[in-house]
Design a protein around this ligand. Sequence first.
Ligand SMILES: Nc1nc2c(ncn2[C@@H]2O[C@H](COP(=O)(O)OP(=O)(O)O)[C@@H](O)[C@H]2O)c(=O)[nH]1
Ligand SMILES: [Mg+2]
Length: 257
Amino acid sequence: MGEGAEAFPYGKAIATILKKAGAMERVKDWLLRRTSQDVLVLGASGGGKSSFLKVLTGRNPQISRLERTTKSELVTGKFKNSYFKLTDTPGQPGEIYQQERLRAIREASKKDGLGIINIVSYGYHEETVKISDAVENRKAKATFLEDRRDLEIKLLSEWTTSLCGEGGAAAWVITVVTKADLWWSSGEDQPVLTHYRSGPYFEALGDARSVSHDVMAFSSANQLFYGAVPMSGFYGDQQRSDHQDRLVARMLANAGQ
Ligand SMILES: Nc1nc2c(ncn2[C@@H]2O[C@H](COP(=O)(O)OP(=O)(O)O)[C@@H](O)[C@H]2O)c(=O)[nH]1
Ligand SMILES: [Mg+2]
């Protein structure tokens, strides 16, 4: 290629990650080819999909929990100079939302080399329920988090077979475990990531385990859960920025495969 890092539109930090991973040349080729990468963004309502997409497209990620996504939509915000076509989806349980989601999944099944980003947040789903359903004494209710983690697992069955099974459209899946500001713990060991990498969630991935799959920590912003539960206190701005860079680098590396 012979070009310096300046020619790479995503900045130095992401360039460094890609070089370290030995993926930089392929990514540059992909950028030159200008082929687009379709990405379907899935996950339960309140898990953080729309905020995640706002971060990727350079907008303020904070969204009111009462402001829900009701239609699947192509996110057209400028993702630097890239060719990612990201589709946001509604994650609500109601029949009409499920139909809307299944429509987006069917639409995505026609694509070539589809990317799937499944957004989860260890059950920290912030949406339209009463605060008292989710919070008690300024702590997230354990039963609420458990129920929502079960829902994260249940939702997998809507797409893993059709998109990742034999002849499916998906080339890669990234499970983005967002809201790390709420669940990040001290020390090296991150039990939340273990749940997704080798625990019950991983077990339930089914056919999605046969395509390229990564589990990555993420956070869009600091936000008190339901305006009441504080952040864990172990997650800083530098880490957020690192996680965001790593995620974009992974998306680029996957697109360039
Ligand atoms: N603490 C925290 N809250 C977040 C994060 N990402 C999103 N939220 C909040 O969680 C709520 C639901 O997010 P949203 O993106 O609408 O979820 P969606 O239903 O999956 O699209 C909103 O109030 C967001 O501001 C995060 O990384 N950390
Ligand atoms: Mg949304």
